[in-house]
Design a protein around this ligand. Structure first.
Ligand SMILES: Nc1ncnc2c1ncn2[C@@H]1O[C@H](COP(=O)(O)OP(=O)(O)OP(=O)(O)O)[C@@H](O)[C@H]1O
Length: 786
């Protein structure tokens, strides 16, 4: 059996003494009434919550003499519950008695005062005028407002809140007033309105405008209660709103009850979010209006339901009990309000008491059939009257506003930069997928002249040209596609080659660094697998290129077979235009390749930079420690200083006979090897500076032999420059230098292989005197390494 939750909730607060606890709830409430407030349950006129009561007219079942009226509306603010029946004379032995019939239950004849009492005849429009219309002012000032419709099932809550299309309820009327006000203030403020329409059914929250899976409630320190995943719909007009409300109501859970054939079995929560920017002050005002049509309270025992209906009723009562408890706690000014007891109270946390202007509409039935429900509702409403609210304007101050905009601006700028970058990336992607683009381009660019030609040809009645052009177009389109494919494949191959080289370098680096054989082996293995993959892919691509090139040849043969020469006139021009399109596409893919290569290489360069930094971080402390403890050999110190100078940008210069060791030291790539032979009479002077090809001021430089690992073209250039320098010319008079291109093949005895880190010899250019300096033991004049 279900309890009557609201009575319990209210009565718990009515316990005055221990003895009261022994009494039944029914007697307890009478105790309260007797103790001073009998016949006048007054409301605290200073209370913040506005409570109005609406008495609905009796329905068809309640008409007639079966039920007596239990509500008498005395004035706009007062009603009498279960009034005394004055015209009900009591006769005893045929004589009219002054007292009442003691066998009949006494009428309660209780006065209830509210902010407003509406009788049968009151329309929705009147209810709106006297209850929720004033909320619009509050909303415009940035205060949250909420409206509750409370009452037993069939008491007229939905009729009051939603109404019918020909008799709209207070939700629609309030909203249309809001729109009216918005229009009036449009010169001063910018408005944004969004609505949500939710239902709480069986302790789950559903979006009525976008039905789906149940939604979760979250609490946010800043924004209060948040319904995760709810869709806020923007609305611009009242008509739009009415449609949305109707849609929502159709999705609402309804089941017939004894009292109402269309009873809503869920709590419907309609919320409007209003954001207003005051144009002059830049203030932002935010407010929320919540309009709640609660599910009808019911007495489980009376309904006699079981199964799903029973659970449904139990949940409705549970949430209404929780709401009653919250109202009691708020009315008593307690600090802890048990909002978390149900989904309904959690959802309405910021709409009930606290920072909110609240209107409660208590709907009651006027006849004795529902006397208990009506009495409970009136007591509930009386209790709610005591809730105090602490209204707080939701204003975003001007300065905060500026900060907000500054932040927003920064965020937007960042986003802008990001988007710019993305656009650039997309552009390059589009360029790299030029195959399709170019394809389209040909089709477009070629199609348009072809169309013009078509017309011209038709005019001239010359269909042969048109036919050839069509053939040409088809062939060149095919060729273009093939060229694109070849370019894509060749580009990939070319990139693979670069990658392979980089991998080889990486392996050499690793070998040079690894101290453990196992590490080396691991590195080699990894590299081996990567290289195998690259090799396989390259081979596959090579096959592809072969096939594609064959196809290109076939296309070319077909084009040639058309025999188009300069004499072919416009057909020739057309053919040339198509050819240049193909060439353009080829050039573009070449450019793409260079771009891609440079990207890879700059990545590698960055990585090298990092690597060097990390190596220095390891090497320097090691060296300092060794030197500090006196373990560093002279060679070590020399090598370290060479390295430092190398890093400073100096090229290392070594004597020819020292070249091998220099190469071994791993700095061979920029080593300039100097071979001196005039040297018999020249002493190695430690303080001599290094000499380079460009040095003009020291004759010592004349006798030097440079071994420069440069490309042949660059070598020639360097040598030309060297031979033209003044001292060199001087020497040339005496003994002109002989240029020898050194390769392994020419087996020149003076050739000394400068080994690359991979151990490969590279071609070097040697400049020395005709007398072979190597045959005599070279005596370096310069001490060029410290
Ligand atoms: N003020 C009124 N004037 C005329 N008819 C009314 C009035 N109030 C309610 N009714 C009628 O009473 C019936 C029940 O009303 P309504 O559906 O609004 O009840 P309810 O409180 O929402 O019930 P439930 O909680 O079960 O959904 C409806 O047919 C409605 O048209």
């Amino acid at each position: 059996m279900l309890k009557i939750p609201l009575i319990d909730a209210i009565n718990i607060k009515m316990v005055k003494s221990k003895r009261d606890l022994l009494k039944s709830p029914r007697r307890r409430s009478f105790t309260l009434l007797r103790s001073g407030v009998r016949n006048k349950i007054n409301v605290n006129s200073g209370a913040d919550i506005c409570v109005v009561v609406r008495v609905r007219p009796p329905n068809a079942n309640e008409q007639g003499d079966n039920f007596r009226k239990i509500i008498k509306v005395v004035s706009d603010e007062m009603l009498i519950f279960d009034p005394k029946e004055e015209n009900d004379p009591f006769f005893y032995h045929g004589v009219q008695q002054k007292g009442r019939d003691l066998l009949k239950k006494a009428n309660k004849n209780l006065q209830f005062h509210f902010d407003r009492v509406f009788g049968f005849e009151a329309t929705n429009a009147e209810v709106f005028e006297k209850s929720t219309k004033s909320l619009i002012d509050k909303l415009m000032d940035g205060y949250n407002c909420s409206v509750f419709a409370y009452g037993a099932t069939g008491a007229g809550k939905t009729f009051t809140m939603i109404g019918k299309p020909d008799n709209p309820g207070i939700t629609v009327l309030t909203m249309s007033e809001l729109f009216k006000r918005k229009e009036e203030l449009s010169n001063e403020r910018d408005f944004e309105l969004g609505i949500t329409y939710l239902e709480v059914y069986n302790e789950t929250v559903q979006d009525l405008l976008n039905p789906g899976s149940p939604l979760n409630l979250r609490e946010d320190g800043k924004f209060g209660v948040i319904v995760a995943g709810v869709q806020v719909k923007r609305i611009e007009s009242c008509e739009e709103l009415f449609e949305l409300l109707q849609t929502g109501n159709q999705n609402r859970t309804q089941h017939p009850t004894d009292a109402n054939a269309e009873s809503s079995r869920s709590h419907a929560v309609f919320q409007v979010y209003i954001k207003m920017s005051v144009k002059t002050t830049q203030q932002i005002l935010a407010a929320k209006l919540s309009m709640i049509d609660l599910a009808g309270s019911e007495r489980g025992a009376a309904t006699g339901y079981s199964g799903a209906r029973f659970t449904e009723g139990a949940n409705i009562n549970k949430s209404l009990l929780a709401l009653g408890n919250c109202i009691n706690s708020l009315a008593d000014g307690q600090r802890h309000i048990p909002y978390r007891d149900s989904k309904l109270t959690r959802l309405l946390k910021d709409s009930l008491g606290g920072n909110c202007k609240t209107v409660m509409i208590a709907n009651v039935s006027p006849v004795s059939l529902n006397i208990e429900d009506t009495y409970n509702t009136l007591k509930y409403a009386t209790r709610a009257k005591k809730i105090k609210a602490k209204l707080k304007k939701n204003v975003v101050s001007c300065s905060t506003n500026i900060q907000f905009y500054i932040k927003q601006n920064e965020a937007l700028q960042q986003e802008n930069e990001k988007l710019k970058l993305e656009i650039e990336q997309l552009k390059s992607q589009v360029a790299s997928t030029s195959s399709c683009t170019c394809n389209k381009m040909v089709n477009i660019e070629v199609a348009s002249p072809l169309k013009q030609d078509e017309q011209q040809c038709e005019e001239k009645g010359d269909s042969t040209n048109l036919k050839i052009k069509e053939q040409l177009k088809a062939l060149f389109t095919r060729r273009l596609i093939l060229e694109e494919q070849i370019a894509a494949v060749s580009n990939s191959m070319s990139l693979f080659t670069v990658r392979k080289e980089l991998k080889e370098f990486a392996d050499t680096r690793l070998s040079g660094l690894c101290t453990e054989q196992s590490d080396k082996a691991d590195g080699h293995k990894r590299l081996g697998t990567a290289m195998e993959n690259l090799q396989r892919q390259t081979e596959r691509l090579e096959n592809d290129v072969e096939g594609l090139t064959k196809q290109v040849k076939e296309v070319d043969t077909e084009i040639e077979s058309l025999n188009i020469t300069e004499d072919s006139g416009e057909v020739y021009d057309y053919c040339q235009a198509l050819r240049s399109e193909v060439e353009k596409a080829k050039l573009k893919s070449e450019a793409d390749l260079y771009k891609r290569k440079s990207e890879i290489l700059s990545g590698e360069l960055r990585m090298h930079g990092e690597l060097i930094q990390r190596m220095s971080a390891v090497l320097k402390p090691c060296f300092l420690q060794l030197r500090g403890y006196g373990y560093a050999t002279n060679d070590m110190i020399k090598s370290y200083h060479d390295l430092v100078r190398h890093c400073q940008g100096f090229r290392t210069v070594c004597w020819k006979d020292e070249e091998a060791s220099s190469a071994d030291s791993g700095v061979g790539s920029t080593t300039t090897v100097i071979q001196s032979d005039v040297g018999e009479n020249k002493k190695k002077t430690p303080n001599n500076k290094r000499k380079y090809a460009g040095d003009k001021d020291d004759e010592n430089g004349l006798n030097e032999t440079f071994v420069v690992p440069l490309s042949p073209a660059k070598q020639e250039k360097v040598l030309t420059r060297v031979t033209k320098t003044a001292p060199t010319k001087k020497l040339a008079k005496v003994q002109p230098p002989k240029l020898i291109r050194l390769t392994k093949e020419n087996k020149d005895p003076t050739f000394k292989s400068s080994k690359t880190p991979q151990g490969k010899s590279s071609s070097h250019l040697l400049m020395n005197k005709t007398k072979s300096p190597i045959t005599t033991a070279p005596k370096p004049l310069l001490k060029n390494r410290r």
